[in-house]
Design a protein around this ligand. Structure first.
Ligand SMILES: [Zn+2]
Length: 238
């Protein structure tokens, strides 16, 4: 066993820790949460608009109903006068009847308008309720997903803490200059700085070394640091 075997152990632990960190930031629940939050923002925007529309439609309906009440009061007043017997002049009676039928036509048209406005208000209220239900569902999903993310991340953090301890033990005997070279290569070569040499093949770039190179490496003392000619990684001989 050489410090290079320790280095390989450190590499394994670092690779495992890299995977854990990647998993931590790429949890499927995080993507779901982001989608739920995006949709919630849209739903809240729609809710504000629908809320204003519903309020406007309620105002318009109240206004129409008030106008209709005025017309109905006028009709009642006219009918009372017409049937009271106070007016006897035929021309006046004729005029009152003409006015009465004009008012009834007006009332009928206004009743249609009120019904239409009630329909419109009902549709807006339904839309508002539907958006409210969607918002509540998204709120609940957000709570559930945030809890799931926290739970998964806490589990990953516990694993990472164990890796840190194991790594410190594995790295204890590695000389500072070897450690520094390892870190430099790790930063440059996608996280893999040390690789085993297995059957004349580099475990980092997976290319076979020339037979002459394999023979040369075999003659190097075990404590000599050797590197792959092709990918520059530290090669750990068996
Ligand atoms: Zn290589």
């Amino acid at each position: 066993m050489t410090v290079f075997h320790d280095l390989l152990r450190v590499q394994d632990l670092d690779t495992a820790a890299d995977r854990l960190r990647h998993r931590r930031t790429n949890l499927p629940e995080l993507a779901e949460l982001a989608a739920a939050e995006d949709e919630l923002a849209l739903v809240e925007g729609s809710l504000a608009g629908a809320d204003a529309n519903a309020a406007e439609s309620a105002r318009a309906l109240r206004h129409l109903e008030a106008e209709l009440a005025v017309v109905e009061a006028k009709i009642a007043e006219l009918d009372a006068k017409l049937y009271s017997g106070v007016v006897t002049v035929p021309r006046e009676l004729q005029a009152m009847q003409t006015e009465g039928s004009a008012l009834r036509e007006r009332r009928s048209a206004m009743e249609d308008e009120v019904l239409e406005a009630m329909d419109g208000k009902e549709r807006l209220d339904e839309q508002l309720a539907e958006l409210g239900r969607r918002r509540d569902a998204l709120d609940a999903a957000g709570v559930r997903l945030r809890a799931a993310v926290a739970e998964s991340q806490a589990a990953i953090d516990r694993e990472l803490a164990e890796e840190v301890v194991a790594r410190a033990e594995a790295a204890a005997a590695i000389p500072a200059e070897v450690g520094a070279l390892y870190e430099m290569l790790r930063a440059r070569l996608g996280g893999v700085a040390a690789a085993p040499l297995v059957n004349g093949r580099c475990g980092g770039c997976h290319l076979a070394l020339p037979a002459t190179e394999v023979a040369r490496l075999r003659k190097e003392p075990a404590e000599t640091l050797v590197r792959c000619e092709q990918c520059e990684r530290i090669l750990v001989r068996p």
